[in-house]
Design a protein around this ligand. Structure first.
Ligand code: CO8
Length: 244
């Protein structure tokens, strides 16, 4: 398990090009590292991340936005094949909320705030916020958040299905790491297939999704870890997975 802590306290962890690029690079390396089964991303108690760096954004014209290297960084983050767990406290706004939504599991402290305030700047979310938020919380809540720019509380985010658990603020990271450790004990290929198939459900109609699931399920029947998992169950012992 790897824990990544966003650390730009002077800007409430605003995601500038350097920070996002570093995050994409580390995730690329982690994808190749068999010792890392899952990644936890967190910020500080005050802010997970307060958005894209507005001061940096102010320097970009339309061509700059078109050629923004962060578009590629976001894509690489979204393609990370292993589970990402976001441990969110404080502000998760704009690009910060979008980064949290790139995670597969979101855990938040009870004072966390999730919002897409871009409308206050005369823009709209640009890193998947409109699409992922709507899929996570439904049309009405997503519209309200994006059109008013007003954030929602952790409690509201929990009720809407954006996050899966609320914790005391000081326990958020620990809880996210505990979930990551639980996942790390499972068969790695099954974990990656499960993530892939679940995410595809957002893009596919039911019949195609079921077919995709069946293929992944069949593929896993060819792994040693599947045999080990079943054998361990029959022998009433813990499985020893090898990732093959
Ligand atoms: N960018 C740059 N600096 C920031 C940001 C930010 N997003 N947020 C806060 N800061 C800085 C402040 O400027 C301030 O710095 P300084 O002390 O030098 O003035 C410092 O962090 C502390 O902030 P505040 O004094 O404002 O702290 P408050 O507690 O009073 O307020 C808030 C906290 C409410 C979070 C407030 O800072 C705020 O509203 N921030 C902006 C939130 C926002 O609008 N986020 C959306 C940004 S746009 C975006 O994310 C688009 C994503 C598109 C991605 C597409 C990529 C291809």
């Amino acid at each position: 398990m790897l824990t990544l802590t966003l650390h730009r306290p002077e800007a409430l962890n605003a995601l500038n090009t350097a920070l996002l690029g570093e995050l994409a690079d580390i995730l690329d390396q982690s994808a190749q590292d068999d010792r890392i089964a899952a990644v936890v991303i967190t910020g500080s108690q005050r802010a997970f991340a307060a958005g894209a760096d507005i001061k940096e954004m102010a320097t970009l014209d339309a061509v700059g936005v078109l050629q923004d290297p962060r578009v590629g960084y976001w894509k690489r983050i979204s393609q990370f094949p292993k589970p990402i767990i976001a441990a969110v406290n404080g502000f998760a706004l704009g690009g910060g909320c979008e980064l949290a939504m790139h995670a597969d599991i979101l855990i938040a402290g009870h004072q966390a705030q999730f919002g897409q305030p871009e409308i206050n700047l005369g823009i709209i979310p640009g890193a998947g916020g409109t699409q992922r938020l709507l899929r996570a919380v439904g049309k009405s809540t997503a519209m309200q958040m994006v059109l008013t720019g007003e954030p929602i509380s952790a409690q509201r985010a929990y009720e809407a299905g954006l996050i899966s658990e609320i914790t005391q603020a000081e326990l958020t990271l620990e809880r996210a790491q505990s979930i990551a450790r639980t996942i790390a004990r499972k068969a790695p290929l099954a974990v990656q297939q499960a993530k892939d198939v679940l995410l595809k459900a957002l893009d596919m109609d039911l019949a195609t999704g079921l077919q995709y699931e069946r293929k992944a399920f069949t593929l896993l029947a060819a792994t040693q870890d599947r045999n080990e998992g079943i054998q361990a169950f029959m022998e009433k012992r813990q499985p020893l997975y090898k990732g093959c």
